[in-house]
Ligand binder design. Structure first.
Ligand SMILES: Nc1ncnc2c1ncn2[C@@H]1O[C@H](COP(=O)(O)OP(=O)(O)OP(=O)(O)O)[C@@H](O)[C@H]1O
Length: 361
């Protein structure tokens, strides 16, 4: 029997002499029963992470959401070796990060890129010099650096701003520099620490689009932490919800949003608003419609919403109190009438219109 690779996260393992393949999902990041306790100056201790188990597969985009203080940043800092677990193991690219010596850790870190909420650029260096920096540190030859930086700037859409200084760039452009710099050493994973939280909604969706493109083209894994469910919805395949140091729920984004089991997840899902340019006002009753969908069809609808909404002037809100146990989900769509109609046409076969027929052609 022959098999085909149908997903690049999955690698085939052929067992000699046997006529079959084993299909194995390859983890790029694994946290195994990780605990992290900090001691404060007042000799109190804080349990920032409690028994955290997590796996991020090769090539996937994984989101971690949680309120402030939930432990998200600590988790990210453990993945890139800036913190060491109090107990448990953090494995990245097959290496136990916490057991590496200084030199090995430095080498391992070159394969872990990171982008930040406030970009962390070098302000006295040009765009080109910022992106060159990790390559210089890695001791790459000058010509190679020039070629590589040109490619990276082209990829993030900043080829014409190479000689500008960060202060001359918009927020979105600064984050593009951050992304190019993070990709300089061809990392296998990109850690995103609230990477779009300082950006307006339109810029956020263009940065998320760029990250998706990079993930698609290079197969790099993305682990992102955010407090914005709309970010998770538009980019992630799987999500983990954190509360007080623990992962309280995790799974495919569609299933977690569709049937949230933990009260905090329900709260997050209720707050979910996928915002386009229309923003809050676009959900005024006279400009929006309410739609119902059977849970059994929700996966299809969800896929279309995630696909369309990031690129259009539409806001979608899952309505309070309608999520559970009645077998149906209600949501409200508002925004630019043309875009709303376009979305409606795509989901029409799966949904039932409840209120607001004015917008339907
Ligand atoms: N170096 C440290 N020393 C002492 N306590 C710490 C340290 N780092 C984090 N903590 C504590 O650990 C807990 C988790 O913090 P962490 O920054 O990981 O949360 P977070 O979810 O990223 O929050 P935010 O979104 O506000 O950054 C908090 O109670 C925090 O005060």
């Amino acid at each position: 029997m022959r098999g085909r690779i149908c997903d690049e996260r999955i690698g085939p393992f052929y067992i000699c002499g046997k006529d079959f393949f084993y299909w194995v999902v390859m983890s790029l990041i694994q946290l195994k029963r990780v605990n992290k306790t900090f001691s404060r100056r007042d000799s109190q201790t804080v349990q920032a992470l409690i028994d955290v188990d997590l796996e991020v597969e090769k090539g996937e985009i994984f989101g971690i959401v949680g309120r402030s203080g939930a432990g998200k940043s600590t988790l990210l800092r453990l993945v890139n070796g800036l913190e060491i677990p109090t107990s448990g193991e953090v494995v990245v690219n097959g290496q136990v990060i916490s057991s590496l010596g200084e030199r090995e850790l430095r080498a391992a870190r070159t394969k872990i890129g990171m982008i930040f909420q406030h970009f962390n650029l070098l302000w006295s260096r040009t765009v080109r010099e910022n992106v060159s920096f990790p390559l210089e540190v890695a001791g790459r030859p000058k010509q190679e650096i020039r070629r590589k930086v040109d490619d990276l700037l082209e990829r993030v859409g900043l080829a014409d701003r190479a000689e500008a200084y960060p202060a001359q760039l918009s927020g979105g452009q600064k984050q593009r520099v951050g992304i190019a710099r993070a990709l300089a050493n061809d990392p296998r994973v990109l850690l995103c620490d609230e990477a779009t939280s300082a950006l307006d909604p339109e810029t956020t969706s263009s940065i998320l689009e760029l990250l998706k493109e990079i993930n698609r083209d290079t197969g790099i894994s993305l682990l992102l932490i955010t407090h914005e469910m709309s970010v998770v919805q538009s980019i992630c395949r799987r999500v983990a919800v954190m509360d007080e140091g623990r992962i309280v729920e995790s799974g495919d984004v569609g299933s977690v949003f569709h049937q949230p089991s933990h009260p905090l997840t329900r709260q997050f899902v209720r707050q979910l608003r996928v915002e386009g340019v229309g923003g809050e006002d676009s959900l005024s009753p006279e400009r929006s419609i309410v739609i119902r969908c059977d849970f059994s069809r929700w996966d299809q609808v969800w896929k279309i919403l995630s696909d369309v909404v990031g690129n259009s002037r539409v806001t979608v809100r899952i309505l309070d109190g309608e999520l559970e146990e009645n077998g149906r989900i209600s949501f409200q769509i508002g925004g630019d009438p043309g875009d709303v109609n376009h979305l409606l046409n795509r989901i029409r076969e799966y949904v039932e219109l409840v209120e607001g027929k004015a917008l339907v052609s």
